[in-house]
Design a protein around this ligand. Structure first.
Ligand code: GDD
Ligand code: MN
Length: 397
């Protein structure tokens, strides 16, 4: 069995710099396990005030185990990453991954897990709201092969939501209910950001992960080919002492996009769906502005229509930048450059729209179908061109 027997005690074999012959590699698999058995992944954004306390608590609670902690920090302005590195200089079990110009809790957790070699991995928030004293219990459940994923849950009779306000509790419950649509499993708190899993579960799902937004647990379970065995352990969600929550209205949008991606992502890219939904809002905005200028103010139709088009395009650009391309949002001068390129691309799209629709109309006089075809052509054009030229998403070879 792996890790149990020692084939040789030669000091050479323990030297990681010379595993060049097959014999040596065989010997590695039979040396006693000295590696980490549990990696604790902690996504952070502006958590400087909580880092030291959390590490000290992990040191206490995991004293019996071979563990490490991996902070994945998205270049926090409060220099969380620098502090983690300073602590890491005193404790080899502490590691830091600093991501530049990237944001997102889910993708941060995935990258943290990818950097681990441990057979068991946990994800826990960096703000002390999750109960870290549960970690040994979770690990024992996995080690005794009673489950593939153990989830810290806030909804069972013994778990609690801490001091969340009513609206946050309501949103969380609706989100939980929606998650049942994509999960092949019964879980009382799939929204939980506190869980531990076996490496194999992660490896089986990692290539299918959506990586959108905050709900990494939903993503992992929904991306697993075979439903993982789940166990739940209740805990009380603590109140945040330092810093603030990063969840906002956009996180709700991200969550919907995650669910849509799990449903139809293999057929249509979820960014395209987001782009179309925002385009739909743009049409409504167009009519509101047009109606106001033309009917209320009494401006001429051409001026009203031109202004409405301009406003709808700018609104669409701003919303797409905020939602569809949230993870690569343009700011400052880049925002202005993006706006100009978006307007240029969509203007060509509008010409294509009118051209295609007019041509089809001249063929068979079906105005409704002709208009729809025009809209479809311009939407696909706008999406494809702005993806490459406005947000500069690299195209796969
Ligand atoms: N790297 C990275 N990038 N970390 C992030 C980001 C990001 O964009 N956004 C948030 N974090 C980190 C925070 O610093 C914190 O350590 C953790 O992720 C959770 O973020 P909070 O902003 O504190 O979220 P919350 O308390 O409102 O909600 C959390 O708990 C819920 C209950 O378990 C999240 O984990 C939710 O997903 C979860 O449902
Ligand atoms: Mn929190």
């Amino acid at each position: 069995m792996l890790h149990k027997t020692v084939k040789s005690t030669s000091p050479d074999i323990a030297d990681p710099l010379r595993p060049d012959s097959q014999d040596d590699r065989d010997d590695y698999t039979t040396t006693p396990a000295l590696g980490v058995e549990l990696s604790v992944i902690i996504p952070t954004f502006n958590e400087r005030a909580n880092v030291l306390e959390l590490i000290q608590r992990l040191q206490t609670t995991l004293v019996k185990y071979r563990w490490e902690v991996i902070f994945v920090d998205d270049d926090s302005p409060d220099e969380t990453a620098r502090l983690v590195r300073e602590i890491a200089q005193c404790d080899i079990r502490v590691r830091c991954i600093q991501r530049i110009a990237r944001r997102g809790l889910s993708s941060a957790c995935t990258e943290g897990m990818l950097s681990s070699s441990a057979p068991y991995m946990a994800v826990i928030d960096g703000d002390l709201q999750h109960d870290e004293t549960l970690l040994p219990k979770m690990l024992e459940v996995l080690k005794h092969d009673k489950a593939d994923i153990v989830v810290g849950t806030r909804y069972s009779p013994r778990g609690g939501l801490g001091e969340w306000d009513r609206s946050r509790v309501a949103i969380s419950r609706v989100a939980t209910w929606l998650s049942r649509l994509v999960l092949k499993a019964e879980l009382s708190d799939p929204m939980s950001g506190f869980f531990m899993l076996r490496r194999e579960v992660f490896e089986h799902s990692v290539r299918s992960l959506s990586g959108i937004g905050y709900k990494i647990l939903v993503d992992i379970i929904a991306s697993s080919e075979h439903p993982p065995r789940l166990a739940e352990i209740p805990y009380d969600f603590r109140t945040r002492e330092s810093g603030e929550s990063k969840l906002d209205a956009r996180s709700v949008w991200d969550y919907l996009m995650l669910l849509i991606d799990k449903f139809v992502g293999h057929i249509v890219p979820v960014r395209f769906i987001s782009f179309c939904l925002i385009g739909g809002f743009g049409v409504i905005a167009h009519f509101v502005v047009l109606g106001f200028l033309f009917n209320e103010i009494g401006l001429g139709f051409t001026y009203s229509q031109a202004t409405a088009t301009f406003v709808a395009m700018a609104g669409n650009y701003a919303l797409n930048n905020l939602l569809t391309y949230r993870d690569m949002r343009l700011r400052g001068w880049q925002w202005l450059r993006g706006w100009v390129s978006f307007t240029a691309a969509c203007s060509i799209g509008a010409l294509a729209n009118v051209g295609v629709a007019s041509y089809l109309f001249s063929m068979d006089q079906q105005w409704g179908l002709a208009a729809l075809a025009g809209i479809l052509v311009s939407t696909v054009w706008n999406y494809a061109v702005t993806m490459v030229y406005t947000w500069k998403i690299p195209q796969k070879a």
